[in-house]
Design a protein around this ligand. Sequence first.
Ligand code: ATP
Length: 962
Amino acid sequence: MVLSRHGQVQIGTHSFTFDYVYGSAGSAPSAMFEECIAPLVDGLFQGYNATVLAYGQTGSGKTYTMARLKLPNTKQNSNLHVSFIEILKEEVRDLLDPTSVNKSETTNGHAAKVTVPGKPPIQIRETSNGVITLAGSTEVSVRTLKEMAGYLEQGSLSRATGSTNMNNQSSRSHAIFTITLEQMRKLNPAFPNDSNPNENMSEEYLCAKLHLVDLAGSERAKRTGSDGMRFKEGVHINKGLLALGNVISALGDEKKRKEGVHVPYRDSKLTRLLQDSLGGNSRTVMIACISPADINAEETLNTLKYANRARNIQNKPVVNRDPMSNEMLKMRQQLEYLQAELCARGGGASSDEIQVLKQRIAWLEAANDDLCRELLEYRSRCIGTEQCETDAQVGGTCPAKSEGLKRGLQSIDSSDYQMAENVTGDSGEIDEVAKEWEHKLLQNSMDKELNELNKRLEQKESEMKLFGGSDTMALKQHFGKKIMELEDEKRTVQQERDHLLAEVENLAASSDAQKLQDTHSQKLKALEAQIQDLKKKQENQVQLLKQKQKSDEAAKRLQDEIQFIKAQKVQLQQKIKQEAEQFRQWKASREKELLQLRKEGRRNEYERHKLQALNHRQKMVLQRKTEEAAMATKRLKELLETRKSSVRDNAVVSNGNGANTQSNEKSLQRWLDHELEVMVNVHEVRYEYEKQSQVRVALAEELAVLKQVDEFAAKGLSPPRGKNGLSRVSSMSPNARMARISSLENMLSISSNSLVAMASQLSEAEERDRGFSSRGRWNQLRSMGDAKSLLQYMFNSVADARCQLWEKEIEIKEMKEQLKELVGLLRQSEAQRKEVEKELKVREQAVAIALATSASGNSHNSLKHFAEDLSGSLSPISDTKDGANGAVVNEEISSCRASWGEAMEASSAGFARSDVSQSLAYFAPVNSSLTYIRSRRLHRKRHRSNLQMIAVGGLSGCGDIC
Ligand SMILES: Nc1ncnc2c1ncn2[C@@H]1O[C@H](COP(=O)(O)OP(=O)(O)OP(=O)(O)O)[C@@H](O)[C@H]1O
């Protein structure tokens, strides 16, 4: 809605105030030229640059508006030149180039000018005084308004246009039509009644430019329906406008301006070319073209915001005088001043004196002429010197820095050294904070120093300007000449006086000459007065000359100081850069170190856990073994004790009446059972003893290796490479090593105790057995019957045992086969898991590339292809071995596909809005789906590895120390 009275535009809750609003309820569009543009055109004739920018969404009428602007009419004593360029896909094209072929229609309906191959491209250059120029563009001289309009029309026809859904003839480039106006302007004469001897002295040269900028419209690919080439053009257009927006935002935001935020003019050719128009030497008007249609509300709001920001930009327009004219103006002012001074000194002077003064003025005018010539030469020399100076600055050959700076840097260097020492210590993090703090302090102090230098430089340069800059030499010469002239004049007058005196003396003798003498005396007096006057003037001139010399010296000193400060500044800037680079490198290496330390920490932690688990496991196994050994030993002891008593009993039985044969048989069988049990038990203890001995040997060996490594470490040596076990153990941290040693010693002592107990019991068993066997094992058998029944009993027992053994063997065989099958299954499932993991990784990479491509602003199409490829490659998984999990994963894949579809649809909208971050957000569901699938597969992996662990546990079920 337009509120005409207040120049306000309201859209929803937003309201914007502009200088003028046209159309709708605002002023009539026809008033635009008179109100907005005419003042700029007037300014052009005063020597002020001007720019008119048309901005807005595609089809909003920018070209229409620009085409209806009136062009400035030519005036007498003025030259007009025009140039017309366009920026198409970051390339500057000359629209008035007569050598280029006129525009042609391409296959996709695109019309553009075709440049002749081999022609050097147009380049944007910046002159030494900061003016942006186009090297290589055609500049045509025009005399009439009609001619100018003709060139505008001709160039417009050559401009790149194309048809989109929103505009049949949409401009696909930013176009700049530049009118350069050169003119000689008459200056007010110093003495209006005088006829000026030199016509040129009363004129000054002015050169100003008017840029008419028709920007390409901001557009959304979805609405314009552009694809392929047109889409790429749209991307370039939006990019250029974004760069322009950034410049406007940097200049239009008061806070940013105060902070001196960098203005990114160099981000695009458009902003580089409009550098003067935005925040520089130009009077600029921005025409924001908007559409009243609801459908365009969002774009309209954006355009209004853009224009509102641009409104805050403060330009600094100045009259563009020719440097030479500037100097002449200064000289003229000086001349006027001298003339006024002369007039003041000779106030009430006779007509003769006025005549003399006039002659002097004429002479001064001539001198001024000479000075102008010299000035020109001097300026050309100056440009050369400035160039050398810039080269020297860039080359970095700087004189010695100031003592203060040196001291500052030395103190910083020494603190750096201290920091380096600290870093080697353990307090890494504290050091890092200190170093960062140090760096910030250093940067701050150097920034301050730089600001100080800049201030001093500004101050000195403004002081330098007071000395009148480049014309000091000329003035010196001027005063020198003036003194010489006065000397000559004085001499002539003195000679005249002497001549008159002589004449007076000659005539004194003759009486009739009395009258003549009187006349001569009067003349003489006048001459004397004139001489006095001249003497005074000469003295004044000498005084002035002395003062001039003094000021020259001061100027030279100032110039030297400026040079010195500049050198210091360059040096300081380099130092700041170096320091920043050093800090960056230090930070990078520190981060790397920290990463390494963290990695090592994680490794140590893992090692510690592993070792703890190993110690615990070994201890448990040892404990179990020891307990078993102790049990076996205890049983053996009991059996041996029982045997003693049973031997005695048997002896009693055999020595008895022998009547009860049955009870005798039973007693013999018990004896045999007991005897066999003792044998088995002795065997068990011996077996345990041997096992325990082996374990002990292994523990002792490991302990020896650890102690050896410990000894090496205590001496600060590294253990010899390749020596058995040493290198492996040496990678352990000292703490882990100590813990392991103590655990090993503990286990060794337990093992030793157990071994001692077993050894004593075994030796007792052997001792008794030896004694027993010397008496004969079978002495108890007194009769053949006893022997037979005992043999029968033995046969039965052996047969039973063999049958049981056979059954056990069969059982073991079956178990082995089952195990084999299980291992096969595990291998198969592991291979499948790996395959799925690999596939998942490839897809994740593809997603990452696709997202990166979208972030870097690549075409929506390429992303679409990616998405389609990716979606197609998400094929269902046939997991027959793991049916349930396979079904879940397949379900996830189909939901992932659906997400891709949604993401692709949504992304088109996101791209049209050229809001990459928004389009990235649309891909989030896809990402999360992939992450979910991965977590499911990890779960499956864990599940399988648990299964594997159970199987391994079954394989090594005996649970030996490993
Ligand atoms: N004020 C107006 N009165 C009548 N017709 C207009 C007006 N403004 C624009 N048009 C018409 O609207 C169409 C689009 O205008 P124009 O080409 O100037 O838009 P644009 O902003 O330059 O678009 P693009 O950025 O795509 O180049 C043209 O046919 C033009 O004649």
